[in-house]
Design a protein around this ligand. Structure first.
Ligand code: ARG
Ligand code: ZN
Length: 497
């Protein structure tokens, strides 16, 4: 409102006999005193528009919404029935308007909404597929904070990701539930600006029937025993992309430890699992300290892993609390499983703290996490072991090219194509050979430091690599990221057959 008055006053001063400022004054009518310019209530926000229903992602244009920036989500969820995940929930969103807004959108799927307020006043809303359009009583003003409270109930809609054929979001399983939402799914349990461009901090307050427990991102602040139910409150210290928000319900065995450098670790294992499940997670402290050394200090206040007693053929680097399906744990191959553990853990730097600005750049997550597996191998067993690993990855790509799309262009409906992992990781190894170890191990921490808690594009990474190496790497990255066939690593005697 202040801005608007200032603009009108300025126009009144300058505009005397010149031009209409906006549509109001006619040049032939001499203006009265400045005080005569009164801003009627209704005129405030008269130029306000609807916020866009997407954030312009090149792969998934409908993800996220424009016109505002969320600072904090508070998710108050009561699980009435674990078998069906019947929920009663209140999501409170603290946000800042980034433009004058007549209306704005949230991403939200399913549930019955009982009340929706903006700044404590009931607001109109309408729903279409994943878009919830909210029209507040009064338009929102650019730069001003506002609060949205949505009360809703029901069970999360079962949902398939648009990026890969798996169940996503809040998934109900026998005796509990878990959440993994990359790149979509969050909207099936809370109203959200669902794109990594809008990071925010979170409070999770989740009430579950006895004897169930809750594991969510961040630090456990409080666990209350209410008699028949318990309430668990978690807080994230650092902003987080919406797809990394996770709430998991089960009975857990909790293991805690601290890395040598003092990073607290808490692991949640579904309590039915045998003790052996812990083995591949025993070296997480060493991993945190090692990656802190080469990438920069661990970006969050806590870390840990969670293993569900359910097969879902996947793991996900949820911020501060990675999740694993039980089928990701190979009891017979602890060292092999450790590579998956190192992969998810390294995503805390690359993916979680430094996040993609556009989902097409997913290799910036998966290529980095895959190469982190190689660096962990090198850390344990030396350079020859790394070279062997690189060769076997390379041969796989050459032998089965159909599984490995160019990492810079994965199919939008197969975002986690092998190419973004294996060819993405090999791109980093090739870069290392191209610029030398000294430059390479400076590029990674500089890139991390510059973009932590933020978003990046492939161009941002290339710019850092060129800046530090002093080389023009345009052609190099073109070949590695966008060529249909993988280039040769001649330095290692590896070529396309
Ligand atoms: N980012 C995960 C990884 O560490 C893959 C996630 C795939 N998405 C999913 N909903 N399973 O490789
Ligand atoms: Zn990954």
């Amino acid at each position: 409102m202040k801005n608007k008055i200032q603009i009108i006053l300025a126009c009144a001063f300058i505009g005397f006999a010149i031009l209409a400022c906006g549509q109001s004054s006619s040049p032939s009518v001499p203006p009265a005193a400045v005080t005569a310019v009164i801003v009627p209530e209704e005129a405030v926000g008269a130029e306000a528009e609807a916020g866009s229903a997407g954030l312009g992602d090149s792969y998934y244009p409908g993800f996220g919404n424009g016109g505002y920036d969320v600072t904090h989500y508070t998710l108050d969820i009561t699980v009435n029935d674990v078998a069906t995940s019947d929920l009663t929930a209140i999501t409170t969103i603290a946000a800042n308007a980034t433009q004058d807004l007549l209306s704005f959108n949230l991403d939200f799927i399913g549930f019955e909404i009982s009340t929706l307020t903006v700044n404590d006043a009931p607001a109109d809303f309408s729903r279409k597929e994943q878009e919830l359009t909210v029209t507040p009583l009064k338009p929102l003003v650019a730069g001003q904070p506002f609060t949205v409270v949505v009360q809703y109930s029901g069970s999360p809609d079962e949902m398939q990701s648009v990026a890969l054929p798996v169940s996503t979001g809040w998934v109900t399983v026998d005796g509990g539930s878990f959440v993994m939402s990359e790149p979509d799914g969050s909207a099936n349990f809370y109203p959200v600006n669902d794109h990594p461009l809008d990071k925010a901090t979170y409070t999770f307050r989740v009430t579950v029937p006895h004897p169930l427990e809750v594991a969510a991102n961040g630090a456990l602040i409080e666990a209350l025993d209410n008699g028949d139910t318990s309430t668990f409150t978690f807080e994230t210290r650092d902003p987080m992309a919406s797809y990394l928000a996770t709430i998991n319900i089960d009975e857990f065995d909790i293991e805690t430890m601290t890395s040598d450098n003092g990073i607290p670790i808490r692991n949640y294992y579904s309590s039915e699992l045998p003790k052996e499940v812990r083995k591949p997670f025993a070296r997480q402290g060493e991993m945190l300290d090692y990656f802190s050394e080469i990438y920069g200090a661990y970006p969050f206040d806590v870390y840990g892993s969670m293993v569900m007693n359910t097969e879902f053929d996947s793991a996900l680097e949820n911020q501060t609390l990675s999740i694993y399906g039980i089928d990701m744990i190979d009891y017979e191959d602890v060292a092999g499983t450790e590579l998956t553990v190192a992969h998810e853990l390294s995503h805390q730097w690359f993916g979680d703290s430094v996040s993609v600005a556009d989902w097409s750049d997913i290799w910036l997550n998966e290529g980095f996490a895959t190469y982190s597996e190689g660096l962990w191998i090198e850390h344990l067993d030396g350079r020859e072991a790394l070279d062997e690993w690189v060769k076997s990855q390379y041969r796989d790509v050459v032998n089965y090219p159909q599984y490995y799309a160019a990492p810079g262009n994965p199919p939008a409906d197969d975002l986690f194509n092998g190419g973004v992992y294996v060819r993405g990781g090999l791109t980093l190894h090739a870069l290392r050979l191209e610029v030398g170890d000294q430059a390479f191990f400076e590029i990674l921490p500089v890139y991390f430091e510059r973009y932590q808690n933020g978003n990046v594009s492939t161009e941002d990474f290339i710019a850092v690599a060129e800046e530090i190496s002093g080389k023009d790497l345009t052609e190099f990255f073109d070949n590695w990221l966008y060529n249909e066939t993988i280039p040769p690593i001649s330095a290692m005697g590896l070529g396309v057959e």
